[in-house]
Write a new protein. Structure first.
Length: 402
């Protein structure tokens, strides 16, 4: 068991500091959450960690922020003091500066929603609109809790997806290292051995020797070319056209394509349900969700559905135009909700389904990837056999004739 130092707030808004024993950091956080504590900082005892870091503001950072703010407000802490306390607690310099700016705006009399709206790269439109509704209705604490749950779900599935990639990435890296050793060390030695003995290399090995000599003689240029290509691709994928190409490629990947699509659908359904529950008109809710969506295909689809809804067209009918993005199950949920007049309950039902399905898929992802990894390893073994065993076998036959 490891020891972890933590800082956070309880439900009454009291600041808590302590040490907890757990198997790993995630287990420690789960245990603290079960004790109704909002963790703002945690590290293993003895781990050297900078007091202030400069990193991207993650989904988990936002979840912590919304839940901690909820608890502080619930305990009777004023909004400005709550924001100031959270700004002092965060160890990310860019987030600290954002919260300090929000704090100064609130002191000047600017509402929380408008203060957050000045930082659109961090706080999306749907979150800001929900907070504005919470301010007007007096249900800000409930809104903050819903936002915390939403971002926690997004973080959970994103983290599991990334963790499931460790296994295939390690396999691919081992394969690439093996190829590097073969082309830069093994194959040149085999070629020299055959040359010294005036023997002819097998045809397949001759091709490998050509590739090996090219890489050995032009390795630096190949590396620079690869860096240039990667830079061009990164810049291209940042453009509108590039995003379309990238998302289209990712959505058609085996195994991962389905997961990415379900995460996008769940994000859409959760955001829409929170806005509807807050009393935002359905067409406006769709527009807000569409503008907050990063996937260009879903963005254009949702904005089109919002326009059609304003004209009086049923959402379920508009969704049928995008059956590749929204499966029949989603369309049926909207049709049921529109028919019964209780769209929110229908959305909650379908959200529960997708949450459970994603849990199951992400938990079994590594197992699902094993057949693909076996194919990659088999290809590597065939490659090694052709490049090494064939010439060695031929060399042994030639020596046996002497």
């Amino acid at each position: 068991m490891k020891k972890f130092e933590f800082r956070g707030f309880d439900k009454e808004g009291n600041f808590k500091v302590g040490i907890i024993q757990a198997v790993d950091k995630e287990s420690a956080i789960k245990t603290l959450h079960s004790q109704n504590l909002v963790v703002t900082f945690i590290k293993e005892v003895g781990e050297i960690q900078p007091l202030i870091t400069w990193g991207n503001i993650s989904l988990l950072d936002l979840a912590f922020f919304y839940r901690a703010l909820k608890y502080l407000l619930k305990s009777g802490t004023s909004l400005d003091e709550a924001i100031k306390s959270l700004a002092n607690q965060t160890n990310k310099l860019n987030f600290k500066r954002v919260l300090e700016d929000v704090y100064n705006n609130i002191l000047a009399g600017v509402p929380l929603s408008q203060s957050l709206e000045k930082h659109p790269s961090i706080f999306d439109k749907s979150a800001i609109r929900l907070i504005r509704i919470g301010e007007l209705s007096g249900n800000l604490e409930e809104v903050l809790e819903n936002l915390a749950k939403h971002y926690e779900n997004q973080h959970k599935f994103k983290t599991k997806l990334i963790q499931s990639m460790y296994y295939p990435i390690i396999v691919i890296l081992i394969f690439l290292v093996t190829m590097f050793v073969l082309f830069f060390n093994v194959i040149p030695k085999i070629a020299n051995l055959f040359k010294e003995n005036n023997l002819t290399l097998p045809l397949v090995t001759q091709y490998f020797v050509i590739i090996s000599e090219f890489l050995v003689n032009n390795g630096i240029y190949v590396l620079l070319f690869l860096i240039f290509v990667i830079y061009i691709l990164v810049e291209y994928f940042r453009s509108d056209e590039g995003k379309l190409v990238l998302y289209n490629f990712l959505s058609n990947l085996p195994i991962f394509g389905i997961l990415l699509k379900e995460i996008q659908i769940l994000n859409f359904l959760e955001s829409l349900s929170y806005l509807i529950k807050g009393g935002v008109p359905i067409s406006e809710s769709l527009k807000i969700v569409g503008e907050s969506t990063t996937n260009p295909y879903y963005k254009s689809a949702v904005l089109f559905i919002a326009e059609e809804t304003e004209k009086g067209k049923p959402i379920s009918l508009s969704l049928s135009n995008f059956s590749d993005l929204f499966p029949g199950l989603v369309q049926q949920a909207f049709a049921t909700g529109e028919r019964t007049g209780n769209l929110y309950n229908s959305l909650i039902t379908i959200i529960d389904y997708y949450t459970a399905d994603l849990e199951n898929r992400t938990n079994n992802l590594t197992e699902a990837l094993q057949p693909l990894m076996i194919v990659i390893l088999a290809a590597g073994l065939v490659f090694v056999e052709m490049s090494l065993l064939l010439p060695i076998s031929q060399l042994a036959k030639s020596l046996s004739t002497y």
